[in-house]
Design a protein around this ligand. Structure first.
Ligand code: NCD
Length: 331
């Protein structure tokens, strides 16, 4: 058993035993859910709980996968996706709005354009008599911890059905590695793997931020920074593509960047290792040619589905249902 986690705010909260445990629970859940009896059993586990999805930044996958994850466990959900429909329009602070949700629900899952907001809200709730757990579903350019979990799960599952090793693997993260929060959160987790190496491949103007560089140096994670994508493709065991995060532009600066050098084309498949994999947190624009989708090394659609199951496992783990899943009764 690993240390319990109350709020999920940043990926560096997770240690390797936690990741291993989550991986096992995720696989077990998928197995149980294959029969109707098993799926019905899972729906009893949290049928007395309610969750709030507070997503004030655009989201398709993260929102829907959390919503469906809740449904798999029988959790009832309510949602706010547009702050214009909440009392924030009447001048209520986000702090008061979220404190209100905590009066009604047992879990708050939130996404916000503001870096650090999930942390602040968690601290605030910790001081109140009705403390409820917060899951950060993406905060500004800062963190996306649950995406990092599903990315690790996808890497391990793709490197070996029963849980391949990320140790000694070379992971290339490509594109806007400066402003992509999925890149930041996943990079933080690389410290848990022996001799795993990261290649950050980006235009000069979108190189990783200084704090991430410092973090990786302090943690002894080997990493390289380059602008040359084609040189890295044949070396990599996993290629993690990202879109340009132009919602964070201050003056339309993305328009002046030639991002086409950071596109994975159909021709690139020829120089990619036979057992390497291609990932993408999605949504994609032109970073990956749609013709690449049919190649067995393209894992991004599976990665998306893995997200739902990893989130089911995470919620179950946060509510200490580990035993009900790994040793279920009568299923
Ligand atoms: C990512 C995000 O929102 O940070 N998407 C996701 O959650 N799957 C990546 C992105 O928007 O580019």
């Amino acid at each position: 058993m690993t240390a319990e986690i109350y709020h999920v705010l940043r990926s560096d909260q997770f240690d390797r035993p936690f990741l291993n445990d989550l991986f096992d629970i995720t696989n077990k859940l998928r197995q149980i859910s294959r029969t109707k009896r098993g799926a019905d059993y899972l729906q009893t586990l949290m049928s007395n709980k309610r969750a709030m999805l507070y997503f004030t930044q655009p989201s398709t996958r993260t929102f829907l996968s959390f919503m469906n994850a809740c449904q798999i466990l029988g959790i009832k959900t309510s949602e706010i996706r547009d702050p214009h429909t909440s009392s924030e329009m009447k001048g209520e602070t986000v702090e008061d709005a979220i404190r209100t949700f905590s009066s009604y629900v047992d879990l708050i899952i939130m996404r916000s354009p503001r870096a650090g907001l999930a942390d602040r809200i968690a601290n605030l709730l910790d001081e109140t008599p009705r403390r409820v757990p917060i899951i950060n579903g993406g905060s500004g350019r800062d963190e996306h911890p649950t995406q990092a979990l599903l990315d690790i799960y996808t890497l391990r599952r793709s490197f070996g059905k029963t849980g391949g090793d990320i140790d000694n693997k070379k992971i290339a993260m490509v594109g806007d590695v400066q402003r992509g929060r999925t890149v930041r959160s996943l990079s933080h987790l690389m410290r848990h793997f022996e001799n795993a190496q990261i290649y950050f491949v980006s235009p000069d103007s979108l190189k990783i931020a200084d704090d991430l560089r410092e973090y990786l140096k302090n943690e002894g994670v080997e990493f390289h920074e380059t602008t040359n994508f084609e040189e890295v493709i044949p070396e990599a065991d996993a290629i993690y593509m990202t879109r340009i995060q132009d919602e964070h532009d201050t003056a339309g600066e993305s328009k002046h960047i030639d991002y086409s050098k950071y596109h994975f084309t159909h021709d690139h498949l020829k120089i990619l290792k036979k057992d390497a994999i291609i990932m993408h947190p999605l949504p994609r624009r032109q970073e990956i040619d749609v013709k690449v989708d049919a190649d067995p090394r393209a894992k991004y659609w599976r990665q998306e589905r893995n997200g739902m199951w990893t989130r089911v496992a995470l919620i179950a783990k946060m509510f200490n249902l580990h035993k009900d899943i790994t040793e279920p009764y009568g299923v």
